[in-house]
Write a protein that binds this ligand. Sequence first.
Ligand code: RIB
Ligand code: CA
Length: 317
Amino acid sequence: MARRIIIDCDPGQDDAVALFLALSSPDELDVLGITTVAGNVPLELTERNARMMCDIAGKKSTRVFAGCERPMLREPITAEYIHGNTGIDGIDVFDPETPLEEQHAVDFIVETLRAADAESVTLVPTGPLTNVATAIERDRDILNSVKEIVLMGGAMREGGNRSPSAEFNILVDPHAADIVFNCGRPVTAMGLDVTHQVLSTRERVGRIRQVGNPVAEATAGMLSFFHRYDTKKYGSEGAPLHDPCTVAYLLQPDLFETKFCNISVETGSELTAGHTAVDFWHVTDRPHNAHWAYEVDADGFYELLTERLGKFSEGVA
Ligand code: RIB
Ligand code: CA
């Protein structure tokens, strides 16, 4: 039976590829809804971008919701310098036919989880955790329906990408992240330590382009734009493909190595706000609350992604 998931995202080219990967495998992943949040770009763009991806994937009946337009407490920050002003530079923007649901994303998350069986829904956040944390704060009983949370966020060995000590998703809303990491349900975190191992090299993007369908074309176009900032910053060839690591983990968990440990989030210090203190070596007695991903088979990841993008050619997806 397909795993029931809600993807909470801030497209973002890498979120967009995560959406394609999730929509490519309906036999394995039942996307109950896509909820969007302010992050890489403001909410009115992240929701439009998510709906655009549903159009490109030929999945216009997918339910897409707009959520929180600012973090719980902190001032909003965005990342147009990486993603471009549209948030998905690298492809032509159009007005999508996939409709935006009237209902607020947080109400959808709460309502869906209230109606779901115990431990039956997986949450897949790939942006700031504002929507998810707000839903939990609204009604903690919804957590009974959460099977697990597989999120993109955090950093340990890699250091921060938006501040010296914090990864962007966690820095945007550290208070939300603190709520999610301490919610008591199984959390798996795909942080920079693992996403920086899956670089969208020219060769990998070339193989994706060769798939030759509109979804693969859009993916190659977005990655060709997305990598320019990180390659200059890190001197690497290709950008880290952050968000699809979450969906790849759901589809093929053995691509990843994870370690169960404590992950705590700095919410007080301005200098280190959003820092994820990953107690990888269990040097404290803080309770283990998350599985930290630290290793990935990068070639296997791109083989999976490329193969699944091909499913949009066969009309299977
Ligand atoms: O730090 C990388 C994360 O921040 C990714 O999810 C990217 O889309 C941005 O949201
Ligand atoms: Ca994202």
